[in-house]
Design a binder for this molecule. Sequence first.
Ligand SMILES: [Zn+2]
Length: 290
Amino acid sequence: MESAPRPPIGRFAPSPSGPLHRGSLVAAIGSYLSARSRNGQWLLRMEDVDGGRVRPGAAATILRQLTDLALDWDGPVLVQSRRNDLYRAALGILRASGHAYPCACTRAEIQAAGGVYPGTCRHGLPAGRSPRTWRLRLPDAPGSWQDRYLGWQQGRNMGDPVLLRADDYFAYLLACVVDDGAQGVSEIIRGADLLPFTATQRTLQQALGLPALAYGHLPVILGPDGRKLSKSSGAAPWQGNAGDAWERALRDLGWAAPPAMHGASAPQWRDYALAELRRGRPLWDGAHQD
Ligand SMILES: [Zn+2]
């Protein structure tokens, strides 16, 4: 007899570089609904490992937005900038196992090589050069995986990524994978703009002996100019009340809500969406994307 599947542990991990916008809202609501509709946990993490991008007050704004949206999270909010000891320990493991190696190359040298790191230091530092960064040794062939919404995905070779930067900041890649492992996360639901990084994250999970996670990538919301919304490009934060933000996020996921729901409060939208998912409605029908 098969045992019942364990409830999922999902997470939302914004970087506090600005308020949530329409695109990050879809990731927040999507990851919340996926976990909660199966009685799972939903964790929250501030990805502020890149100190240069952090804006004062943005983390508090994001927490207030999530509260307004009636998206309740489990446990304390994890803050990456306080966890450098963990990332350092993980890098030590990767160094000892040969998965991480020192690299002397400058940004200018990599640009000159076409922008993708060509693996110059993979087999040792060139004579007379000293290490600037630490990189993850990727397999020769990028891995593939089954995405929950997009189906079978084949990773692309993006060059061995940096784990520890020249300015001594740990890379998002390392912090994200270490924290997902430490928090026991079992599924990652996020925007498809992060799809190119999934194969590398899976490689790093394996190198650290962490279990494989389920991935589901949601549609990327484009601005009126057809470009991806992002905090750094100055996209406006979502406006209007939280119920309207829910309605728009569900529309972005392809839902046509009944007209009677128009004007509902955020908790009413949340409960409506959870009930629909428990009845078997897909969060996003990725197969029908254009
Ligand atoms: Zn190098």
